[in-house]
Design a protein around this ligand. Structure first.
Ligand SMILES: C[S@@+](CC[C@H](N)C(=O)[O-])C[C@H]1O[C@@H](n2cnc3c(N)ncnc32)[C@H](O)[C@@H]1O
Length: 318
C-alpha cells in the first residue's frame, strides 16, 4: 500500500511491527494481544498505537503511587473496583508487579459483579502466569466491604468507570480500609441528578443559581459535575489531598475526569467538611448527607462509621 492510500480516509489502518520504543522490555505480548493492543500476529496499527499510548498515560499517574507504597510498606495491596475485564489490573501487574521479585511486590484484587468477566480474568491470569499476584472477586463493591478475601488494610483503591454509585462505594471502601491512595475515573452518576430533579421547583423559588440545573439536560450535566465536586470535598474532609485532571484521550468513555486522592496526615479536613455541608444545603440536597458522609462535624450527622455500617447492612440485605 502506498503512503497516499494508507492516509486515505476510510482506508484500513496499516499494521506495522511494534517498535521496541513502544513495547517495553519484558512486556507480555500475549497480554497486549488479549487487550487488542497488538494484532494476533504481534503488529501495531494506528488505533492500537493510540490505545497503547493511553495505557502508558494512565500508568504514569499510578506508577509513582505504587513506588511510594512499595518503598514504605514493602508490598502493595491494590483493589480495582468495577474491574470489568480487569485491563487496568493486568496492565499494572505486567508493567510493575511482574518485574519485582516473585510474590514480593504485593497483590492486585479485582472486584466485579459480572461472573463471566471474573471467570475470564481468572483464566487469563493463570495463562499469563500472573495468578499468584492477582485475585478476582465476584461481588459488588458494597459486598466486598465485608469479604474475607480482601485484606483488612489496602494501600491503593482504583475504580475506572465503575458504574453510577459504584465510585461512591469505592470511596467508602477506601476510607474504611485506610487506603493511602485512591485513583478514580468516575462514570455517570444519576443519583444526585435525580435528587436535584425532585427538589427543582423549590430550589428555583429560593435560589437563582438553580437556573444551572433547570433544563433536563443541565440537570444531568450539573448533577454529574456536582457529584464529583462533592466526592472531592468528601475525600478532603477525610484527610486526603485531591488532584483532578483529565485522562486525555481515554477512549472507553466520554467520562475522562481523573481524581487522585492521597491521604496526608495533618491535612486540614474541617473546612472541606463544612464546605460540603454548605454546598448540600445550598442546592437543597441535605438528604444526601449519608451518601457524602464526612467525619463528624456537628455530632448529628455524617459519621463515617455509621455510613460504613449502613453500607454493610445494605449489602447484607441486598
Ligand atoms: C464501564 S465498565 C469499566 C470496566 C473497567 N474498570 C474498565 O475501565 O475497563 C464498569 C464495570 O463495573 C461493573 N460494576 C458496576 N457496578 C458495580 C458494583 N456496584 N460493584 C462492582 N462492579 C460493578 C460492571 O459490571 C462493569 O464491568
Amino acid at each position: 500500500m502506498t503512503s497516499k492510500a494508507r492516509n486515505k480516509p476510510g482506508a484500513p489502518a496499516a499494521s506495522v511491527p511494534a517498535s521496541k520504543h513502544e513495547i517495553r522490555p519484558g512486556q507480555s505480548i500475549e497480554l497486549l494481544k488479549e487487550l487488542h493492543i497488538l494484532t494476533r500476529d504481534g503488529q501495531l496499527n494506528q488505533d492500537s498505537r493510540r490505545k497503547l499510548k493511553q495505557v502508558y498515560h494512565l500508568f504514569q499517574f499510578i506508577e509513582p503511587l505504587l513506588r511510594e507504597v512499595l518503598a514504605e510498606h514493602g508490598q502493595v495491596r491494590l483493589v480495582d473496583h468495577g474491574a470489568g475485564k480487569s485491563y487496568l489490573g493486568f496492565i499494572l501487574y505486567d508493567l510493575f508487579f511482574k518485574s519485582q521479585a516473585p510474590g514480593a511486590a504485593g497483590h492486585i484484587y479485582g472486584v466485579e459483579t459480572r461472573d463471566e468477566l471474573v471467570t475470564r480474568s481468572r483464566e487469563l491470569a493463570q495463562r499469563l502466569g500472573f495468578a499468584p499476584g492477582m485475585s478476582f472477586l465476584n461481588a459488588s463493591v458494597a459486598e466486598s466491604m465485608q469479604s474475607d478475601a480482601l485484606p483488612e488494610r489496602l494501600d491503593i483503591v482504583t475504580a475506572l468507570h465503575a458504574c453510577d454509585t459504584a465510585t461512591d462505594d469505592a470511596i467508602r471502601f477506601g476510607l474504611a480500609r485506610g487506603a493511602q491512595h485512591m485513583v478514580l475515573v468516575p462514570c455517570c452518576q444519576a443519583e444526585v441528578a435525580a435528587h436535584l430533579r425532585a427538589g427543582k421547583g423549590a430550589a428555583i423559588q429560593r435560589n437563582p443559581m438553580a437556573e444551572l440545573w433547570r433544563h433536563p439536560l443541565h440537570t444531568r450535566e450539573f448533577g454529574s459535575q456536582l457529584t464529583n465536586v462533592l466526592r472531592c470535598l468528601q475525600l478532603e474532609s477525610h484527610g486526603y489531598q485531591v488532584s483532578v485532571t483529565e485522562l486525555v484521550g481515554w477512549e472507553h468513555s466520554m467520562k475522562n475526569e481523573l481524581i487522585v486522592a492521597t491521604r496526608k496526615p495533618g491535612v486540614a479536613r474541617r473546612r472541606a467538611g463544612q464546605r460540603l455541608e454548605e454546598m448540600l444545603a445550598t442546592v437543597g440536597l441535605n438528604d444526601m448527607r449519608p451518601r457524602f458522609f464526612t467525619p463528624l462535624l456537628d455530632g448529628t450527622a455524617g459519621d463515617a462509621d455509621e455510613a460504613v455500617a449502613d453500607l454493610k447492612g445494605a449489602a447484607q440485605h441486598g
